[in-house]
Design a binder for this molecule. Sequence first.
Ligand SMILES: [Zn+2]
Length: 306
Amino acid sequence: MGLAIGVDIGGTKVLAGVVDDAGKVIAEARRDTPADDVARTRDLIVEVITELAAAHDCEAAGIGAAGWIDAGRSTVLYAPNLAWRREPLRDSIAAQVTLPVFVDNDANAAAWAEYRFGAGQGARSLVLLTVGTGIGGGIILDGHLVRGAHGIAAEFGHTLAVEDGHPCGCGARGCLEQYTSGTALVRYARASQDLLARVAGDPSKLDGPAVTRAAQDGDPAARAAFAEAGRWLGYGMADAVQILDPDVIVVGGGVSEAGELLLDPARRAYAERLAQRGKLPVADIRLARLGNQAGLVGAADLARTR
Ligand SMILES: [Zn+2]
């Protein structure tokens, strides 16, 4: 049984684990990310790998990082929520641990995990859309993870949705993730006086989980916020299908935990937008199955099978 370590570096948490060759996490370690401190983040990755490797006989360590990774998969070119700028992550970690080290984008790692062990099992081609603070994406075509010529493929969140629309963290305006994401959902909800009244007029209390709870209680404005976020997600799915024609689209990320509140309007918009609707078979839409372990499971499996 081949074991590997997977480490998922997010903007707030580092999740690490020992993963077997069936994608099962047999040991876990978690820490808060010191997001603004490059040296401490590096030390912490070394620490969790060393800790897990001491207790388990592992072949390799894979790191999934929220950022743009170069085509050689050694350097994090830019990480929007971390201090990494041209950070030679693979070599700096490999110099301090005894295992071979592998680095990939966190959404690529999550897509690989869902393809191998989760909602995409049995598919040849898969698109993962993670709906969280923004939109992440991963593409697997004919069994291969598609990273692109410069390592920045699958950035579905930054395709154009609305000309001159809402400003995006990437510097452009009107990106898809400004219309479907946790951020967009909350913006829609905060426009509702009724929903603001539920939190005594304090918009900061109207976060993603609060909007989800209100929608689950049947609140019409919260349901409308999900309908709007879902509609734009469906348009994004239709674009992905027109370009890539996968067997399955897997929807993950924190907002997807609302399930059909998000997926039902997404499926309707998806069906409306497809040029092939009713004429050709098109991708199934499925909820992700591996939850917040997807990134570390995929990073470990990519490291083990690289
Ligand atoms: Zn953008």
